[in-house]
Design a protein around this ligand. Sequence first.
Ligand code: GLU
Length: 429
Amino acid sequence: MVRVRFAPSPTGFFHIGGARTALFNWLYARHMSGTFILRIEDTDRERHMEEATSVILSGMRWLGMDWDEGPEVGGKYGPYFQSQRDDIYGEYLEILRRNDKVYEQDGAIYFRVSREPQLIDDLIRGQVYRVEEKDFVIFRSNGTPVFHFVNVVDDVAMEISHVIRGEDHLSNSSKHVELFKAFGAPVPKFAHIPLILKTNGSGKMSKRDVGALVEDYRKSRFLPEALRNYLCLLGWSPKDDREIMSIEEVIQLFDLCDVNRNNARFDDKKLAYMNAAYVKSMPLERFLEKGKDLLPNFGGDEHYADQVLTICQEKLRSFEELNHFVSYFFDEEFEYEERAWSDLKKRDPLLRISELLEVIENMEDFSEQGLEEAVVKLAEEHAVKTGDYIHAVRFALSGRTVGPSFYKMIVVMGRERVARRLKRALSGK
Ligand code: GLU
């Protein structure tokens, strides 16, 4: 039976590295139909644990990683906070005492190491042997237990089968193997996941780097499924190198032996590209719901807001830019971007605007197709490019040079609004 755990220390942050470790544990548990446990390693009691823990819990939930045992859900191996497991640590210390594996010195309790090579059977790195040369402290002189001890006691007591964690813990593993053996417990399999390097490749990503916290993505309105998909690929890839994948597919394919041994580089451009792909392929209904939540000023005209959002979905790269992207649809006082106008000026924009305005006010077939035909006809008549109409009129309607499909935009704005805006542009306001 596979039992894995994500064991964060609540520092107040939930960073990309932690989220990726959690995700690989979660994926492996789901792939093997095993159990995913969340354990809070809060032995450092001075900090604001409750708040710091809730940052992790809500980040996990946002990314859709549910846990089978742990805070708020319980489980028969609890409690799942190390700060509540003192009795258990006392019992395990007794085991070591009985077996003469510990001694006291200067008030601290030391663990007596065997000084024999220890096998770390690692599913990613292969079999690694390491020797622990020195006895180490498991209880400080102030009576608090040390990380190595509580970490292993909990893995024994919670019957953890696979320890999946960041590579920075590889160097601790020989200590841990010594402890597992001293307890007479089976040694779990290990899987040490390579580090994540900064986008520019200069060293390990740390929680102080830009874009290092899950919270940042939440605030900038990334889609959690896009971030999760990206994190899956940070050190793992399916054999056919596909990138956009449903989580069900990843669960089916994910295995620890396919995790890359090399460090992974955090690629913020690829993440942005994946987010855009997810935004574009969102089911329309969900897109509209989320979009309207984010639009503070759609003025109560829900039907109009729905139409605007519908034609913008294919062009939008992130929800963060949504407000800016659609703002002029809802604002008659929108501003014209000066720079874009100076480029247009060379091609008689006012003439083009007035010509199309006249057609629009009189046309019978006010539809995408009807408009397109009218623009083609006008361009032929005046021996100019259709683009001259499109650029000038788009600018008059939105103050910008980019936006959704031109003809769709006109239809959605409606004849009246379009005519009003074109007149505003002609009058130079
Ligand atoms: N609390 C440790 C950490 O956050 C857990 C290490 C482990 O997974 O064994 O790094």
